[in-house]
Design a protein around this ligand. Sequence first.
Ligand code: NI
Length: 159
Amino acid sequence: MALRKVRLSDDPILRKKSKEIGEITDRINTLLDDMVETMKHEEGVGLAAPQVGVLRRAVVIDIGEGPVKIINPVIVDQEGEEIDVEGCLSVPGRSGTVKRPERVKINYKDIEGQEQVIEGTGLLARAICHEIDHLDGILYIDKMIEEIEIVEDEEDGEE
Ligand code: NI
């Protein structure tokens, strides 16, 4: 596994639409492994392939229960709405509130190519929607209701 460079919000690749994955090749498996490693290293809750410069429909999510590799996700059901704070590894140093469904259900393929379903609420639903947006060239700042000022922790002593 290897770390990959996370593209920042001024990179035009983040605005492109990602292509569906057909056969799950070694190359796709390596991509997903690298994405998990990069997400952990960057302490993110999720990462989408375009964020590492690859326009394929793959995302990884870890809301603290271990990483999940998600290929070709499609939202098949959603319910309710919830406004909460989000950030993004491609938009460092900023955060803001976004309205997302309270519950979502997705169909996707796992790395064996098997059809799977995830149903999530709260943070998981938010992470899923945020990452799928990346596959369509959408950043959370496009949907941001209000920017949240990040207050530096004085005890860190950094200037
Ligand atoms: Ni993001």
